[in-house]
Design a binder for this molecule. Structure first.
Ligand code: NIG
Ligand code: FE
Length: 403
C-alpha cells in the first residue's frame, strides 16, 4: 500500500504524552501546523509539517483540525423495531425500568439475518459519518441461544469489540424461572456465544424487576471469565446499587452508566483506576430525563473515565459522539479537553487497547477530521455535523476551510 502524508492540519490532537514539541495542556498532546504519515492502516510518523518525511501521496486537509477517531466503547446496535412512543412517554414523565426491552427482543427475533445485518451496517455508517472509528457492539436483544449467537455473529462482521449480553433482562418466557435463565446464560448460551465475543456484560440493577441481582450478575460474570471473556458491567443506572462494587471486585475493564454513585463507589473506582474505567453515557440521561452523573467529581477523585453513546432503541437512540461530548461539557462539569480525552483515550482504555484513541507512530491510523480549525469547535458548535472519519488515501475532498 502506498504511504500518504496528511498536511495542512491546523491543529492535531494526539493524546500522546511523549510527543516532542507538543502542547500537553490537559493531556491533549496538541501540535499546530502538523502532518501525519499513514501506511497500511498505521501511523508511520507524526510531527510538524515542516519536518514531514516524503510519502507516495499527499493529502491536504485545508487548515482543519484532526483528532483521534472517536472510540465508542458501549453500544447495542443489533436490534430491529422502534420504541419512539416509549421515548415520548418518558418525556411526559413515565419512568424507565427496562420493561421496553421485551419489545425490541420480539422485533429482533422476528427479523431475518440480512435485515439485521443491514440495520447494523446503517448504524455503523452513521457513526463513521460522525467521526467514530471503533465501536463496541453488544448482543442482548436475542435472549435465546440461537438469537444471541446470531446477534454476535453479525456484530463480529463489523467489529472485533463484541460483547455477549445474554444477561440483559430475563425474557418473558423465563419470568417465573429466573434461576433457569441464569443457568442457560452461563451454560448453553455462553458456549454458543463465546466464540464470537471478546467481552461479557450484565445488566446488574436491583431497581429493575427485569434485570439481574448482584448474586446473579456475579455468577454470569464469573462464568464468562472462565470462558476467557473480559468483563464489563451495566451498573448504578437507575439508583444506588452493587454494580460498581461488583465490577471492581472482579476486575472488570469497565462499569457503565454510573449515574448514581455513593462516596464508597467513587473511592473504589479511584483505587481501581488502572484496571476499571467508569464509562459515562450522558445520551441516556438525556433520553430518560435522568440526572447526569458528576464527571468532575470522578476526575477530581482520580477515577478513570470514558464517554460512549450506548446507542440502543430504548434509553438512547443516538449514535453521535459529538452529542455526547457536548452533554459531558455542558451538563457533567468536564472541560472540552477532558471530554475529548474521555471519548478517545479513555474509552480505548476501557477496551484495554493502546493502539487506538491516540495518534502515535505504530498505532492505528484512525483519524477524525473536523470542518473547523480547532477541536474546541466540537463543543462551540453543538449540533453542527463538523466531524467525520478521515478516509485513507485522500479519497475525501478537503477544500480549504474558510475562516
Ligand atoms: O444500556 N440498561 C440496560 N440496557 C440498555 C437499554 C436497553 C433498552 O432499553 O433497550 C442501556 O441503557
Ligand atoms: Fe447499554
Amino acid at each position: 500500500m502506498p504511504s500518504t502524508v496528511f498536511t495542512g492540519i491546523a491543529e492535531l490532537v494526539t493524546n500522546d504524552a511523549a510527543l516532542d514539541g507538543a502542547d500537553h495542556t490537559e493531556h491533549l498532546g496538541c501540535l499546530h501546523d502538523a502532518a501525519v504519515v499513514v501506511q497500511d492502516g498505521l501511523v508511520a510518523w507524526v510531527g510538524r509539517a515542516a519536518q514531514a518525511p516524503p510519502a507516495d501521496e499527499r493529502c491536504e486537509v485545508g487548515g482543519r483540525a484532526v483528532v483521534p477517531g472517536f472510540v465508542d466503547s458501549h453500544s447495542h446496535l443489533v436490534f430491529a423495531g422502534d420504541r419512539s412512543a416509549e421515548f415520548a412517554a418518558r418525556m411526559s414523565g413515565v419512568a424507565y425500568d427496562g420493561g421496553g426491552i421485551t419489545s425490541s427482543v420480539n422485533a429482533t427475533r422476528a427479523a431475518g439475518d440480512d435485515e439485521l445485518r443491514a440495520l447494523v451496517a446503517a448504524r455503523v455508517a452513521e457513526m463513521r459519518a460522525q467521526g467514530t472509528t471503533t465501536v463496541e457492539i453488544k448482543s442482548g436483544y436475542g435472549l435465546s441461544v440461537e438469537d444471541e449467537a446470531r446477534s454476535l455473529r453479525i456484530a463480529a462482521e463489523v467489529t472485533s469489540e463484541t460483547t455477549f449480553l445474554g444477561a440483559h433482562v430475563v425474557p418473558l418466557e423465563f419470568a417465573d424461572r429466573r434461576a433457569d435463565y441464569v443457568e442457560m446464560v452461563t451454560g448453553e448460551m455462553l458456549a454458543a456465544c463465546a466464540p464470537h465475543a471478546r467481552w461479557i456484560d450484565v445488566f446488574c440493577e436491583p431497581h429493575s424487576p427485569h434485570a439481574f441481582t448482584e448474586d446473579e450478575a456475579r455468577v454470569v460474570l464469573c462464568a464468562g471469565r472462565d470462558a476467557g471473556l473480559g468483563l464489563r458491567v451495566h451498573g448504578n443506572q437507575l439508583g444506588y446499587g452493587p454494580g460498581v462494587r461488583l465490577a471492581v471486585e472482579l476486575g472488570a475493564a469497565s462499569v457503565d452508566h454510573c449515574t448514581f454513585l455513593s462516596d464508597a463507589d467513587v473511592e473504589q473506582l479511584a483505587a481501581a483506576s488502572e484496571s476499571t474505567v467508569a464509562t459515562l453515557l450522558p445520551g441516556v440521561e438525556f433520553s430518560t430525563r435522568s440526572p447526569y452523573p458528576n464527571a468532575r467529581r470522578l476526575l477530581d477523585s482520580g477515577v478513570s473515565i470514558a464517554l460512549a453513546s450506548d446507542c440502543n432503541p430504548g434509553t438512547c437512540y443516538s449514535s453521535s459522539i459529538p452529542f455526547v461530548l457536548a452533554l459531558a461539557v455542558r451538563e457533567m462539569g468536564l472541560t472540552p479537553a477532558e471530554a475529548l480525552v474521555a471519548a478517545t483515550a479513555g474509552s480505548a482504555k476501557s477496551l484495554r487497547r493502546n493502539d487506538i484513541g491516540v495518534i502515535r507512530a505504530g498505532g492505528r491510523a484512525d483519524l477524525t477530521v473536523l470542518d473547523a480549525p480547532s477541536y474546541l469547535h466540537l463543543f462551540y458548535r453543538p449540533g453542527v455535523p463538523i466531524a467525520r472519519v478521515l478516509e485513507p488515501g485522500c479519497r475525501a475532498d478537503h477544500a480549504p476551510l474558510r475562516p
